[in-house]
Design a protein around this ligand. Structure first.
Ligand SMILES: CC(C)(COP(=O)(O)OP(=O)(O)OC[C@H]1O[C@@H](n2cnc3c(N)ncnc32)[C@H](O)[C@@H]1OP(=O)(O)O)[C@@H](O)C(=O)NCCC(=O)NCCS
Length: 248
């Protein structure tokens, strides 16, 4: 699988982040990662395809174009993996083309297939992550790892839903400490949870971003509980079916 890591945004920090993208066995051609400038007119198809990919992954929680510009690509960057259109299933490309309202997608067009966005907070190294998606199995963990790695993140706040399989992906990075379960102001107030994560070290993130490993091991005692039993303060280490594995 030929992948192209991307940093999609606009700002002087993007080149520095690009240089932090590690070498990967499945990244072929060119000099590896690319920076795509959201304010470059040529990047419009990439912008639209990003929105289309996000909509395909999230359905009714898809990101509006103005949020993608104002809250993701201008203040920080969307980081992830793309493939050339010619290297993707034509049915997937056509679905994204249609959602993006593009007449055609050129064969060599970069199409984002996995992405994660993290926003810096006023605390150095602390980020709020959102919008994780992967259209090709196995790239979810890698996209999140790559984004956290290039940003030098040390702690992360995340927002997800208790019934979302993405919890499995997020928990691969270490225990997720539940800060709030049920968030009145979210579009999905009942099922949304906010968690905090101590971001793994650089070596671990590199191994996850490159696909060398898919998790940070957790060796402590655990117990398995139902989702209904989960409480603020619990530390989620995995999800299995309808249950949650928490640190004891
Ligand atoms: C959640 C999502 C990013 C996972 O991406 P992915 O590339 O399929 O999976 P990951 O690389 O993250 O895999 C993590 C683990 O979860 C498993 N997994 C992924 N989807 C699964 C599913 N539907 N059921 C069971 N396990 C699943 C993977 O097999 C992997 O386990 P393994 O290493 O033992 O094989 C992807 O399904 C997605 O885009 N979902 C829609 C958008 C969304 O809800 N995002 C989350 C916002 S918080």
């Amino acid at each position: 699988m030929s992948l192209v890591p991307f940093i999609f945004g606009h700002g002087p920090w993007l080149e520095g982040w690009r240089h932090r993208v590690p070498a990967m066995a499945d990244v072929v051609g060119g000099d590896g990662a690319v920076v795509v400038d959201v304010l470059d007119a040529d990047s419009t198809p990439f912008f639209r395809l990003m929105g289309a990919a996000n909509a395909r992954a999230f359905g009714d929680l898809g990101m509006p174009a103005w949020v993608q510009l104002d809250c993701a690509t201008l203040p920080t960057a969307m980081v992830g993996f793309a493939r050339r259109a010619r290297d993707l299933d034509p049915a997937l490309v056509d679905d994204l083309r249609s959602r993006a309202s593009l007449a055609v997608v050129a064969d060599d067009q970069l199409v984002p297939v996995a992405e994660y966005t993290a926003l810096c907070t006023p605390v150095a190294g602390d980020v709020v992550g959102f919008s994780l998606f992967s259209l090709l199995p196995g790239l979810g963990v890698r996209a999140k790892a790559l984004a956290l790695l290039v940003m030098g993140s040390q702690t992360q706040t995340g927002i997800t839903q208790i019934d979302n399989i993405a919890l499995k992906t997020h928990a691969r990075f270490g225990p997720l400490e539940v800060v709030r379960l049920g968030v009145e102001v979210h579009s999905r107030p009942q099922t949304t949870l906010v968690y905090r994560l101590m971001v793994p070290d650089e070596a671990s993130l590199t191994a996850m971003a490159t696909g060398t490993t898919t998790r940070v091991p957790f060796s402590g005692a655990t117990r398995t509980i139902s989702r209904a039993e989960l409480r603020a303060g619990d530390r989620i280490v995995d999800v299995t079916g309808g249950s949650v594995v928490v640190a004891d």
